[in-house]
Design a protein around this ligand. Structure first.
Ligand SMILES: [Zn+2]
Ligand SMILES: [Zn+2]
Length: 234
C-alpha cells in the first residue's frame, strides 16, 4: 500500500491498515508456508482453529487457542518459548518452529509499537497457550473497529504494564520476539542478545520498507510493501 493510497483511506481504516495488511500477508504467508505443516499440539476442541472467521463470534474464546486451553496429551505440546509482558502478569508459551519472521516498517506498526519498526514471528494459533493471566490482565484492541475488545484480528497486550504481546489473526499468531524469554538467555542470566536468537526467529525480510524512518543494512530482502507483491528495494 502506497502512502498516496493510504491518504485516500478514511481515518478509521487507516488505523486498521496494519492489521489488514498483516492479514493479507498472513494469507499469502500461509499459502507459501504449507510446506511447514501445522503441528498436532493436542487441541481437540471445536473449531479446529478458533476465531478463524474473524470478528467476535467465537464462544468461550478464552478457553481455546491461543488462550487458556489444555492439550489432550501433555506430551504433544512442548513449550519452546515463553512470552511474557514486562510486569509478568501475562504469559504465553509457544510450541515448535515459527512459520516466518519479518520486520514491518509500516506507519501503523511504528505508531502502535512506539518503535521504528516491528519485529514479528508467525506461529499457528494452536501452537500457542496462555499460562498466566494474573488479575485478568490480558486485553485486546481491534484496529478494525477501534475498540478494546476481542474482535479478530486484534492486538493482545497486558492491561497492567501495557506491553504488546502478539497480534491474533484468523489462523495464526503474529508474535513479538522482543517479549520472548529464550532458554539459553535465561540459563545465562541474560534476557536476549543477537547471539541467542534462534534461526527461525531471525527476520527473513523487511516489508513496507518504503515507509521506513531509518535504513537497515543487514543484507536481507527489502520490499516497498508486501513480500513478493511489491517493488524490491534491495
Ligand atoms: Zn504486564
Ligand atoms: Zn506493519
Amino acid at each position: 500500500m502506497t502512502l498516496n493510497n493510504m491518504a485516500k483511506i478514511p481515518i478509521l481504516f487507516k488505523a486498521a491498515a496494519c492489521t489488514y495488511s498483516t492479514l493479507i500477508l498472513l494469507k499469502r504467508q500461509m499459502a507459501s508456508d504449507l510446506r511447514k505443516p501445522t503441528p498436532d499440539t493436542g487441541w481437540r476442541g471445536s473449531p479446529a482453529v478458533p476465531s478463524s472467521q474473524g470478528g467476535d463470534a467465537e464462544v468461550d474464546f478464552i478457553h481455546k487457542p491461543p488462550y487458556d486451553w489444555m492439550p489432550s496429551n501433555k506430551d504433544l505440546f512442548v513449550p519452546r518459548f515463553i512470552c511474557s509482558c514486562w510486569c509478568g502478569n501475562v504469559q504465553f508459551e509457544f510450541h515448535g518452529e515459527a512459520l516466518d519472521a519479518k520486520c514491518c516498517h509500516c506507519r501503523d506498526c511504528q505508531r502502535l509499537h512506539g518503535a521504528p519498526f516491528q519485529w514479528a514471528v508467525i506461529f499457528p494459533k494452536t501452537s500457542v497457550r496462555m499460562t498466566k493471566n494474573e488479575n485478568h490482565s490480558v486485553q485486546w484492541f481491534s484496529t478494525d473497529i477501534g475498540s478494546s475488545c476481542h474482535y479478530v484480528p486484534c492486538k493482545v497486550s497486558c492491561g497492567s504494564c501495557k506491553s504488546p504481546l502478539f497480534d491474533e489473526g484468523r489462523n495464526t499468531v503474529l508474535a513479538y520476539p522482543s517479549a520472548f524469554q529464550f532458554p539459553s538467555a535465561i540459563h545465562n542470566g541474560e534476557r536476549m542478545n543477537s547471539h541467542n536468537v534462534p534461526d527461525d526467529l531471525r527476520p527473513t525480510c523487511h516489508i513496507f520498507y518504503g515507509q521506513r524512518i531509518m535504513d537497515i543494512s543487514d543484507g536481507i530482502p527489502k520490499w516497498e510493501g508486501h513480500k513478493n507483491s511489491s517493488t524490491s528495494l534491495s
